[in-house]
Design a protein. Structure first.
Lengths: 926, 95
């Protein structure tokens, strides 16, 4: 079964012995190994391969590379489907399934094409003129259905994506003749060279004509040279960092690899893209770039048509026409926009090709593909000629591919002969070579031709020469404004085939030289890239690695529900079978208040600050006076930032005269450790102090409740733990089973409480030992949620929850902190400023018989917000709802009844002191 | 995506570093000898040069040391770097 009506009898870099079956829009076809989807479709005579984005016009393959604007397809199905691929880049494989995007039910018969009938209504800027508030919601639904391109897969992507980092002396981008020569030269003396090329085969524009096997062998034999095929350079960033996505589809292992390559020097060998010509009907399927028609013939052995007409503005196309004839593609005529025909005109005439100088195209005819073209003299003197054809090869000259160069900060200059932007000044170490470096072929004639029907400039977004004229009439004359107004160059292809034509057409309309129209800057990525490649392995559990508790297995055994709290996987609580969350919290809270609870406090930040100047250093860091802290004692301390706002809080222990253990908020140890380091290194390098984050070196449990002492004694510690020595805010060192342990008598629950720390590898054993020792007393493990409720009853604030970066110590009831100190400390000068005029939000307790929501607003008499609830919950101890709130002058409004506003609902609550339970602190020694 | 020369570890990718703002900002003090204007200048006054900028960077995912760096905000070119406390070395490079 051949069915490949347009396959030439010979030629091309395809393996005719290996036929591959594939489907397009549900119909079955056959191609050969070595085909792209585009070449295989052309070989099968398929002309309509897609629909344009705005007008749903039928479109055919226009190019043979990644500049393709028309043949946009969805490949594969299910979780592996990939939208918006260019058929010119999709390598054919057996069983490939592809669909045209933006067309329903298929590209050949698209119902939405009726919008084409309304084309006159869809003027440039129609987005801005039509889709206005308040009806945007109505339009957006329509647009999303009509305008969408491909569909993202709904299932998780089962493929693997990898990232790679590399450095090299020379990075060559582009594996055509110029790039290969540059790579051979650069690596000759052993330099590290990487060559990247987007195609599966090296050779670029000369694939199928020149044999590069020998060059590839030379490069392959060099240990310091690496060649990446099917790899597209996407971005050129500062200091010569280039990102590359390598397609590995079809190979075992990852689907794509995302490279970040730091290059000493970059050689840009990206070649040039042929420009379309702007003439009426230039988007009809069967109209393609002349170079593409040639590539399909020579590289794939495909005749894109049997009767071709060439329309051109340069000499190169004459050779292209000869090459097509040699390959077996019929060429009947060549129209040259320039008044004089090119030097090869006679050679073409000798082979029966009609050559018409000074002629342009004014119309094309045909339903689903071009059947004839009308050519006419551009000076208006003479008749239009209609020539039957099934292929129009157009050539408007070449644009050096300067996208990456522009990204790197380079500036371009206009070359009037070739009418293209070429690299001028370089900001990063590199150079251009081959067609990317310089104007390729001189061109002539007008930028656009008038005639019957629209002449397209941007094929994917349906921007015509007429649209550009309309925009210019509405004074959108800057190229940046033109782009935003008409959406020119904003489609998937990012204007690869349209930008320069647009500048030319605009210059023709405005009668202004092209360089004065200007060009838009290019941004990464050069070509669309899948999000999977950017994400790499950072997905699911690896997206944000959680820190684990040493006793995690014990928690799981105990039925803990584990959650992410500040980057740690911690027990939220230990629900009994079928127990609801709130019931669990109340049970755990009551257990701590009445008996004893056990809590894993390991994530509590622990920083060792040691050295002869440790006390002096902390005196400068903390608002509190720490020089007076006795060895063996603990003190609650506040750290401020230089603005005087509360940065962190925690308990500081003086382990020895020159050694402190600084406690930070859970999850805050890293941040605070770096904060201390910054002051030490940058501001006070003369202080002899070291800071070490030891958080994860220790496992810490908290025994809390009136019976905590009983359990502590039952643990059999070799340490002094009597109430006299180990009073509230004291600590003691000792041994447990021969290992060191610290016991600190500190409390975040308001109950008698002991924090026991052991080396992390003893954490699980300690947890088990505590449960065992407490079994007779009915010890209850409790989680973060219960702890938060316990501290809420006590009015203990949680920095970052009950404070924000504008909260001063005086706002949370620590107005006197540091006042008695002699020395300066961080933020002290800011605490001295006059705030008399402010109505500051200050932390206050709130109580109500009705539920209080976190984030609820506290309303003033005028109905305006005076602040908000920062923490809230039901207090099982008090039998009512308690909360903390930052409210304007809240601290001096105790007893006042206020209105809370929570998502539309209002309720009453009473302001009061922060501490709702045991304000005298009697429970600490119960 | 800058390539930053850590004075201790050599050239490393920008993702390993944290930017710490302008270098050589002198902290006025002690607290009771600082005018409101001086303090406000210290808290909020920063240069925003188009051209060479002296900055403080930390090699967070490396030696964790702070150092000084001269960088052009215009071209992103890095002119010099040195450990904190050896900033005299930067003075020559800035010229």
């Amino acid at each position: 079964m051949s069915g490949q009506s347009h396959r030439l009898p010979s030629g091309g870099r395809i393996d005719r012995g290996r036929p591959l079956r594939f489907t397009f829009d549900g119909r079955a076809y056959t191609g050969f190994d070595g085909d792209t989807l585009a070449s295989a479709l052309l070989a099968n005579g398929v002309r309509v391969v897609g629909r344009s984005f705005r007008l749903h016009r039928a479109r055919g393959v226009m190019s043979a590379g990644l500049e393709e604007p028309n043949a946009i397809v969805q490949v594969g199905r299910g979780a592996l489907t990939e939208p918006n691929l260019k058929a010119t880049e999709v390598l054919l494989y057996d069983g490939l399934e592809a669909r045209a995007v933006n067309a329903w039910p298929n590209a050949a018969f698209d119902l939405a094409a009726v919008t084409g009938l309304f084309a006159p209504l869809l003027s440039p800027g129609f987005y801005y003129k039509t889709f206005l508030w308040p009806r945007w919601g109505f339009y957006s639904g329509l647009i999303r259905r009509m305008g969408g391109l491909g569909l993202a897969p709904r299932e998780p992507d089962p493929s693997r994506y990898e990232k790679a980092f590399e450095t090299c002396d020379v990075l060559v981008i582009g594996g055509g003749a110029a790039g290969l020569a540059a790579a051979v030269e650069a690596g000759a003396d052993g330099a590290r060279v990487i060559l990247v090329d987007d195609k599966p085969e090296l050779g670029g524009a000369a694939i199928g004509e020149t044999d590069f096997a020998e060059v590839e062998q030379v490069l392959g034999a060099r240990p310091e040279t690496r060649v990446l095929k099917r790899a597209v350079a996407l971005g050129w960033y500062d200091h010569n960092l280039i990102t590359v996505v390598e397609d590995l589809t079809g190979n075992p292992g990852p689907r794509q690899r995302f490279w970040k390559i730091r290059a000493g020097r970059v050689v840009l060998a990206t070649g040039a893209y042929e420009r379309p010509l702007v003439f009426p009907g230039n988007d009809r399927p069967g109209v393609m770039l002349a170079g593409a028609a040639r590539a399909y013939a020579l590289r794939f052995g495909v005749a894109a048509g049997r009767r071709a007409v060439v329309v051109t503005n340069n000499d190169q196309s004459y050779q292209t026409a000869l090459d097509l004839l040699d390959a077996g593609v019929g060429v009947v005529a060549l129209a040259d926009l320039r008044p004089e025909a090119g030097p090869l005109a006679e050679a073409l005439r000798a082979r029966g090709v009609q050559v018409l100088a000074g002629h342009g195209a004014v119309a094309t005819h045909g339903g689903r593909g071009v059947k004839a073209i009308d050519l006419a003299p551009l000076d208006g003197a003479g008749q239009r000629v209609r020539i039957a054809c099934d292929l129009v090869c157009m050539s408007g000259g070449w644009n050096p591919v300067v996208h990456l160069f522009s990204q790197s900060g380079g500036s371009v200059t206009w070359d009037p002969a070739s009418r293209a932007f070429v690299p001028l000044t370089w900001r990063q170490a590199g150079e251009a070579t081959g067609d990317a470096a310089a104007a390729k072929v001189p061109v002539g004639g007008p930028w656009s031709m008038a005639g019957d029907g629209p002449a397209f400039v941007d094929f994917q977004n349906d921007v015509t020469a007429g649209d550009i004229r309309s925009a210019a009439q509405e004074h959108y004359v800057s190229v940046e404004h033109l782009k935003r107004y008409t959406t020119l160059g904003m489609a998937l292809d990012q204007g690869k085939t349209s930008n320069v034509n647009a500048i030319g057409v605009l210059s023709q309309i405005l009668q202004k030289p092209e360089p004065r129209i200007g060009t838009t800057r290019f941004r990464p990525p050069f070509s669309p890239v899948t999000v999977g490649a950017l994400a790499g392995r950072r997905l699911g559990d690896l997206f944000h690695g959680l820190r684990r508790l040493p006793a995690e297995a014990e928690h799981r055994t105990g039925g803990a529900r584990l959650e992410d709290y500040g980057g740690w996987l911690r027990p939220a609580g230990y629900p009994l079978a079928g127990e609801a969350e709130e019931t669990m919290i109340r049970r755990e809270v009551s257990a701590v208040r009445k008996g004893v609870g056990l809590y894993d406090a390991s994530p509590l930040g622990k920083l060792v600050v040691a050295g002869p100047d440790a006390a002096e250093f902390l005196q400068r860091i903390y608002a509190n006076n720490l020089k007076t802290l006795a060895v063996g004692r603990c003190r609650y301390g506040l750290m401020l930032d230089e603005h005087g706002a509360v940065l962190d809080d925690g308990v500081v222990m003086r382990l020895a005269a020159n050694r402190f253990l600084v406690g930070t908020t859970s999850g805050g140890a890293g941040r605070i450790g770096l904060w201390l380091e910054e002051w030490l290194q940058c501001e006070w390098p003369d202080l002899d102090v070291v800071v070490e984050n030891v958080t994860s070196q220790w496992a810490t449990v908290n025994l809390a409740g009136p019976q905590a002492g009983t359990i502590l004694r039952a643990l059999g510690l070799d340490a002094v733990i009597n109430d006299q020595a180990l009073s509230h805010m004291a600590f003691s060192d000792g041994l447990i089973d021969g290992a060191p342990c610290h016991i600190a008598r500190v409390s975040f629950t308001g109950e008698r409480s002991y924090e026991i720390s052991v080396p992390a590898d003893r954490g699980a054993a300690l947890w088990r030992a505590c449960l065992e020792a407490g079994a007779a007393s009915g010890i209850v493990p409790f989680g973060v949620e219960a702890l938060m409720r316990l501290r809420l009853e006590k009015g203990f604030l949680h920095v970052g929850v009950d404070t924000d970066p504008t909260t001063y110590p005086e706002d949370i009831g620590y107005g006197r902190v540091g006042r008695a100190k002699v020395e300066d400390f961080i933020g002290r000068r800011s605490t001295l400023r006059e705030n008399a005029a402010d109505r500051r939000r200050r932390l206050v307790g709130v109580q109500s018989d009705r539920a209080i929501g976190v984030g609820a607003h506290v309303l003033g008499a005028d109905g305006m917000s005076q602040g908000w609830i920062t923490s809230a919950g039901f207090s099982p101890t008090l039998g009512r709802y308690v909360a903390l709130a930052l409210v304007e002058e809240g601290a001096s409004r105790h007893g006042e009844t206020v209105t809370l506003f929570d998502r539309g609902a209002r309720s009453e609550a009473r302001l009061g002191p922060l501490c709702a339970y045991d304000p005298e602190g009697a429970r600490l020694n119960a | 995506v800058l390539l930053i020369p850590c004075p201790h570890c050599g050239p490393r990718a920008e993702i390993e570093f944290h930017w710490g703002g302008e270098a050589h900002v002198v902290r006025p003090g002690p607290h009771d000898a600082v005018s409101a204007r001086e303090w406000a200048d210290y808290l909020f006054g920063r240069n925003n040069p188009k051209g060479v900028s002296a900055e403080r960077w930390r090699h967070t995912h490396g030696c964790r040391q702070w150092f000084h760096l001269l960088r052009s905000t215009e071209s992103h070119e890095i002119l010099a770097s040195c450990p904190i406390g050896e900033s005299a070395r930067l003075a020559g490079a800035a010229e």
